[in-house]
Design a protein around this ligand. Structure first.
Ligand SMILES: [Zn+2]
Ligand SMILES: [Zn+2]
Length: 262
């Protein structure tokens, strides 16, 4: 038996959804994702916070996405990428990591405020449009199982699903890249050298998942790019397992040259 949707019922259902939304707005009026002042649309920012966000755009280093003060020509790389090329092929970020973007990212990491991921996914999909066109698989940077158990979710996986909503042709693989070694949080490392050492052998691809990685064009997903050490360690494990290409997109990046290869 086939089911034909009733247009009158569909209209009623849409109206009820509208009423529900207005009722919810009355009880829980939408607030700015950063400063919590009232705004007209849910999951948005007030004008002041919006103006404070620094979206990264061309001219950028063709490899790591570091913003240049002025255009230097197509395909130009920054001095750090020329001196010691990262293991990943390319990286892009939606925002500069500063006080404003940190206020948006920390709740995503520690306070279960996942409702903002939808808008972050849109920003990341736009920032990495060129990389997404060259990729077939989204792969979140994994958490060690103990940290995952404590936090209950991996913010990089949440961002990956938000990007996939914007670009449904991408498959998400949350199983192939593993983090068997419980490294200390990168934020607690005193220097770039310490960060590099901390994650150097933290990631791996198990034998049974190798065929899921071989020949794949992978786009790694994480919240922040700081020195590039974590993304390089992931890319090394994936390329060793036979990935054809490994690039990365993050919600934000520290705006200074990468120093992972110290
Ligand atoms: Zn605000
Ligand atoms: Zn660069």
């Amino acid at each position: 038996m086939s089911f034909e949707p009733n247009p009158a019922l569909q209209t009623l259902s849409r109206r009820m959804a509208g009423v529900g939304r207005r009722a919810l707005d009355f009880i829980l009026p939408p607030v700015c994702l950063r400063c919590h002042t009232l705004v007209s649309d849910p999951q948005s920012l007030c004008g002041t916070c919006w103006a404070d966000l620094k979206f990264l755009a061309e001219p950028l280093c063709a490899c790591c996405g570091l913003p240049f003060p002025h255009a230097l020509g197509e395909g130009v790389k920054c001095a750090a990428c020329l001196r010691s090329p990262p293991v990943f092929d390319k990286a892009r970020a939606a925002l500069a990591y500063d006080d404003t973007s940190r206020d948006l990212i920390l709740p995503l990491k520690h306070a279960d405020r996942l409702e903002a991921a939808h808008i972050f996914g849109r920003w990341m999909a736009n920032a990495a449009a060129e990389l997404i066109a060259e990729s077939d698989t989204l792969m979140p940077v994994p958490l060690h199982w103990r940290r995952l158990a404590a936090r209950r979710y991996n913010q990089a996986a949440v961002l990956s699903f938000a990007i996939a909503k914007q670009r449904p042709h991408l498959r998400i693989d949350t199983a192939s890249l593993q983090r068997p070694k419980a490294s200390v949080s990168q934020g607690e490392m005193p220097s770039a050298r310490a960060r590099l050492k901390n994650v150097a052998r933290a990631f791996s691809v198990s034998e049974v998942r190798r065929n899921q990685v071989q020949g794949r064009r992978i786009l790694l997903v994480d919240d922040v790019l700081t020195t590039g050490a974590t993304l390089n360690a992931c890319a090394k494990a994936l390329k060793r397992a036979g990935a054809a290409a490994v690039s990365a997109v993050t919600l934000a990046r520290v705006v200074r040259p990468l120093s992972s290869s110290l």
